[in-house]
Design a protein around this ligand. Structure first.
Ligand code: AMP
Ligand code: MN
Ligand code: MN
Ligand code: MN
Length: 278
């Protein structure tokens, strides 16, 4: 077993550390295989690759692609170990990102209706990459306003589905995301399966479709889900024959449940996804 961490974020999406800082922190934490997986982005991979070579941390390319599933469920598909110059992947991700600015303006309008003003400019201030405004940046602005203390709480009151600042959005399809990843020679992973607001029945439909498209892996261990989820998704991985990933989903000090590389070991009887990456 190696200390693999195959899911984390930098300032290129909604993380708090630059790609260089992420790699340095992973090195200090003893990570033995790292993937940077910014939302719908690959713009941090060159910098991370260079720093990983300096720090001696084995590194693979990654991205966490937002997809729309069924009736307004958003699912995240992580791609690992792909060629970051592949044209279809590069163009596909650029298209997904291009919808974010309009979405951010709609989120700001919705927040304005409930008395939170200036949220577009406020969120943009926190975005390290103007092409990638995410709900996390809105959450940081709302914390700055002093309305609540923690980013997590902002989601509960304003940004989660069903709350006043939530706006539906059309992301990529699952088929597009899996095909972009595979076309670029990568491996596809369902991110934090325990975190979706979906019934277990609906989640099975997600896994069935993913399997049919040739999707290889799921995150059995994720900083975004709990020990009961680990147990459940270990069983699902065995049943479906999915490879198992290990993922902190680290966004930054003070904003994450678990630090880089600080997750438990994978449960027994699973094939790690890194068997396909190293
Ligand atoms: P977006 O891609 O703009 O919809 O933003 C999604 C991001 O918001 C996720 O990747 C998380 O970083 C963050 N997020 C979503 N739900 C929560 C939550 N309940 N608590 C904290 N952060 C969250
Ligand atoms: Mn995020
Ligand atoms: Mn995610
Ligand atoms: Mn993530």
């Amino acid at each position: 077993m190696i200390n693999a961490d195959l899911h984390c974020h930098s300032t290129v999406s909604d993380g708090l550390l630059t790609p260089t800082e992420v790699v340095r922190r992973a090195a200090l934490n003893g990570v033995q295989l790292l993937a940077l997986t910014d939302h719908d982005e690959i713009g941090g991979l060159e910098e991370a690759t260079d720093e990983a070579a300096i720090c001696g941390v084995p590194f693979v390319n990654g991205s966490e692609i937002s997809i729309s599933w069924g009736d307004d469920l958003t699912v995240h598909i992580v791609g690992l170990g792909f060629d970051r110059h592949n044209p279809a992947l590069v163009e596909g991700l650029a298209r997904v990102r291009s919808g974010r600015d309009g979405r951010a303006q709609r989120i700001a309008e919705a927040l304005d209706q409930v008395g939170i003003h200036g949220a577009y400019e406020g969120a943009l201030k926190y975005a390290g990459n103007p092409a990638l405004i995410s709900r996390s940046h809105f959450a940081r602005y709302i914390v700055e306003l002093g309305l609540v203390k923690e980013v997590k709480t902002v989601f509960d009151y304003w940004l989660a589905k069903g709350k006043p600042g939530y706006v539906p959005h059309a992301w990529a399809t699952m088929e597009e995301a899996v095909n972009w990843i595979h076309g670029a020679g990568g491996v596809a992973v369902v991110a934090h399966p325990g975190r979706y607001r979906a019934s277990r029945e609906e989640l099975r439909k997600v896994f069935d479709a993913f399997k049919d498209l040739g999707g290889e892996a799921i995150e059995v261990l994720s900083g975004s889900q709990g020990p009961a989820d680990t147990h459940e998704f270990a069983k699902i991985a065995r049943e479906y024959g999915f490879l198992a990933s290990r993922a902190s989903d680290f966004h930054g000090p003070g904003e994450s449940w678990v630090d880089l590389g600080k997750m438990p070991a994978l449960p027994e009887g699973l094939t790690p996804v890194w068997s396909r990456l190293i």
